[in-house]
Design a protein around this ligand. Structure first.
Ligand SMILES: [Zn+2]
Length: 78
C-alpha cells in the first residue's frame, strides 16, 4: 500500500521513539512511505507491507453486531 502525499494521522499507532499514541503521521514521498511523529520529530521509512492501522474485518464487524444486537419485542396492547 502507498500513502497519499498528504500527511495523515495514523490512528492507534504508538511512536517507537517517544511512545506517544496517535502522534504518527503517514505519507508518501517519491513512492516511499514515511511515518513521522509530531510529538518528538521521529521520522522513519516504512518498509512494512501490512497496513499500519487496524483493518475493519468481517470478524470484528460480526462481533460488534452481536454485542449491540437488540432482539425485537412485541408490545401487545390489551
Ligand atoms: Zn514520537
Amino acid at each position: 500500500m502507498t500513502f497519499s502525499t498528504v500527511k495523515r494521522f495514523i490512528a492507534g499507532v504508538t511512536c517507537p521513539k517517544c511512545s506517544v499514541m496517535d502522534k504518527l503521521r503517514g505519507y508518501s514521498e517519491d513512492g516511499i512511505n514515511f511515518r513521522e511523529c509530531v510529538a518528538c520529530g521521529f521520522k522513519d521509512e516504512m518498509r512494512v507491507v501490512s497496513a499500519p492501522r487496524e483493518i475493519q474485518t468481517r470478524v470484528n464487524t460480526a462481533k460488534d453486531n452481536a454485542v449491540h444486537r437488540v432482539d425485537p419485542i412485541k408490545l401487545i396492547d390489551n
